[in-house]
Design a binder for this molecule. Structure first.
Ligand code: AGP
Length: 623
């Protein structure tokens, strides 16, 4: 997720660009840059680091010029650096582009352009875009842009600037937000409303496939083929602070709702459709299917045959994702996995050698305990894989191999979209390992990948009706103790649900393996105690029902989380929250959502500071 701004009018562009980027820093902050046409040339300044680093560079040479674009980056391809910062240009600096999103086919386009003599300066996917404009430009700017948009695949919001056509900016939207602000004799572009709300509240919210040609006194919006679209003006009524949260009251709720897109973005590029070869006689790919591919992972089948132990090491929510990851790898790839808290792992003299693979999960990539555990692991000869949300983070730099969640910046202390994207990556990794080890049939692989693709829309469906959850949170939000129970994967998700409730509502919440209750905790179950019971795992369903009966017999109030179509559970408990049905391996991605919302609304009910809970930091960079 990056921040984009653009200005065209009679005033100087640079002050708006810098102010707009400041308002969008929450969208990405590893590097930033601006480009301004000063009447003769396009002036560009860009730098790695926070926006302040860019402002320092511009302190005594703020460019004049009244048309410009700017960008604050959240790296997805190419680590944070001066040369990978946006804007990017063609070979001669005649065309300049800023981009938010992922150009999926950039490698093949880059090879094609290099073969035609184009010289690239960065490692980014974005840089292919201005070179394509250079390739297609024959005097008509918008015509060249339309040709470029036919060639690129993936998700993007793009803003194009041209030295020769310096009386207009062109932008294009696909899967990533882009807003046009309408002023008096000036117009604005931004990824998000906060960047323009102090200059105008009249906006066009672009839809996928739309192109805007923006001059200082006109905005023309067309479809990809040039057909003009008569857009309605959207008047922004939010205040500036609400705008930063996309209209949501808190970043946490915004990020819970971003999960469908974050999961789509994390899956993007890793699922390949396979067609049987004409002379195919391999029954394993007898018909069309799918495969997981991880181009960045330099592993081959032999690698796993040499691995005899896998550790997954993390903290907090990332640790809970690791527990689910263990289940996936053992179930699908049939490899033994041990999961450990980083703060424990590093001090327990772990048994590691060169046949050990240690997987470290960390949203921030800066958690001190996790980093220390990785160092310990490497010193003992293990191969290391990092799963992180921040390109260029310490963990990413230290690991032998890295897989990135593409969740975008997670601002709220309570981790939500990072957790579900970690689960997605672990699931795909387990499938990938199963392909290398031939532990799953082609049919089963195809079935799981087909169900995986439906998860984003199923989460959206779950998010579409929060009222029952809000009601439970208001009714039980003042209890001082809440229990979460489940078996198998339901237990792993129960742990995450309990942590969410604890850390933002300050209610004492505990998760228990449902089968473990009778070994002690049942003594705490008394009349009126809320128990959240997850019951989605078919293989242990009847056992879970027995455990629910145990707590109901002590007059607990039981709220169940079940898959749609389950007509049994409601017979035994007080309330049921249903999530869409899917394979029991994938259902944790759905059952965690009501638990995130339950924690959120309980915290609201109790008047807690949802985004910045007491005593906690977003990234624990100290021991
Ligand atoms: C989760 O909601 C918490 N904020 C915390 O447990 C967090 O998951 C933990 O500190 C690990 O952080 P990391 O993923 O950045 O390493």
């Amino acid at each position: 997720m990056c921040g984009i701004v653009g200005y065209i009018g009679d005033k100087f562009a640079a002050p708006f660009l810098l102010d707009g980027l400041t308002k969008l820093e929450y969208r990405g902050y590893d590097s930033a840059g601006i480009a301004v046409f000063d009447g003769k040339e396009i002036f560009i300044e860009k730098t790695v680091g926070r926006l302040d680093a860019l402002k320092d560079k511009l302190k005594n040479n703020l460019p004049n010029g009244s048309i410009g674009i700017g960008h604050t980056r959240w790296a997805t391809h190419g680590r944070p650096s001066d040369r990978n910062a946006h804007p990017h240009t063609d070979c001669h600096g005649d065309f300049v582009v800023v981009h938010n999103g992922i150009i999926e086919n950039y490698m093949s386009l880059k090879e094609e352009l290099i073969a035609k003599g184009h010289v690239f300066k960065s490692e980014t996917d974005t840089e292919v875009v201005p070179h394509l404009v250079e390739e297609y430009y024959q005097g008509n700017f918008i015509a060249a842009v339309r040709e470029v948009l036919k060639r690129i695949e993936g998700s993007y919001s793009l803003v194009f600037m041209s030295k020769a056509n310096h009386d207009e900016l062109i932008c294009a939207k696909q899967d990533n937000p882009l807003v046009v602000g309408i002023g008096e004799g000036e117009n604005f572009i931004a990824s998000d409303i906060p960047a323009i709300i102090n200059r105008t509240r009249s906006t066009y919210i672009l839809n996928d496939g739309e192109i805007a040609i923006i001059k200082k006194d006109s905005v023309t919006i067309t479809d990809r083929n040039g057909k003009v679209i008569d857009k309605k003006i959207f008047h922004v009524s939010w205040n500036a602070e609400a705008a930063e949260k996309g209209g949501y009251e808190h970043f946490m709720l915004k990020e819970i709702n971003e999960q469908p897109k974050a999961i789509k973005d994390t899956m993007r590029g890793f699922i390949k459709q396979i067609r049987p070869a004409k002379n195919n006689n391999d029954e394993r790919i007898a018909q069309d299917g799918s495969q997981i591919i991880f181009p960045e992972l330099k592993w081959d089948p032999a690698f796993f045959n040499n691995i005899n132990k896998i550790y997954i090491v993390a903290c907090g929510t990332a640790y809970h994702a690791g527990l689910v990851g263990k289940f996936y790898i053992e179930k699908l790839a049939r490899m033994l996995v041990e999961v450990d808290l980083a703060s424990e792992f590093r001090y327990r003299d772990p048994i590691i050698d060169d046949k050990t693979l240690t997987i470290f999960i960390s949203q921030s990539g800066e958690t001190s305990d996790t980093l220390a555990a990785m160092k310990e692991s490497k010193q003992r000869g293990a191969k290391t894989l990092a799963i992180t949300n921040v390109i260029g983070s310490s963990l990413a730099r230290e690991a032998d191999q890295v897989l990135y969640t593409i969740a975008g910046p997670e601002i709220a202390v309570a981790s939500t979209k990072a957790y579900t994207t970690q689960l997605i990556l672990m699931f795909m990794l387990a499938l990938y390992m199963s392909q290398l080890r031939n532990t799953l049939s082609t049919e089963r692989t195809r079935e799981l990948i087909s169900l995986l693709k439906k998860i984003p829309s199923q989460i959206s469906e779950t998010l579409s009706d929060v009222e029952p959850i809000k009601t439970f949170a208001q009714r039980y939000g003042f209890n001082e103790h809440v229990f979460y129970i489940g078996r198998s994967l339901d237990y792993d998700v129960a742990l995450e649900g309990a942590l969410k409730l604890k850390e933002i509502s300050y209610i004492h919440a505990e998760a228990y393996a449902a089968g473990e209750l009778k070994h002690g905790t049942l003594a705490l179950i008394i009349e009126g105690v809320p128990v959240i019971a997850l019951a989605t795992q078919k293989s242990v369903y009847d056992k879970t029902i027995s455990n629910i009966k145990e707590v109901k017999a002590r007059d607990a109030v039981v709220i169940g989380i079940a898959a749609e179509g389950d007509t049994e559970l409601e017979k035994y408990i007080d309330h049921v929250i249903y999530v869409p049905n899917t394979d029991e391996l994938l259902i944790p991605l759905l059952t965690v959502v009501p638990l995130q919302l339950l924690a959120y609304y309980a915290a609201i009910t109790r008047g807690c500071d949802v985004d910045k809970p007491r005593n906690l930091a977003k990234s624990v960079t100290v021991e």
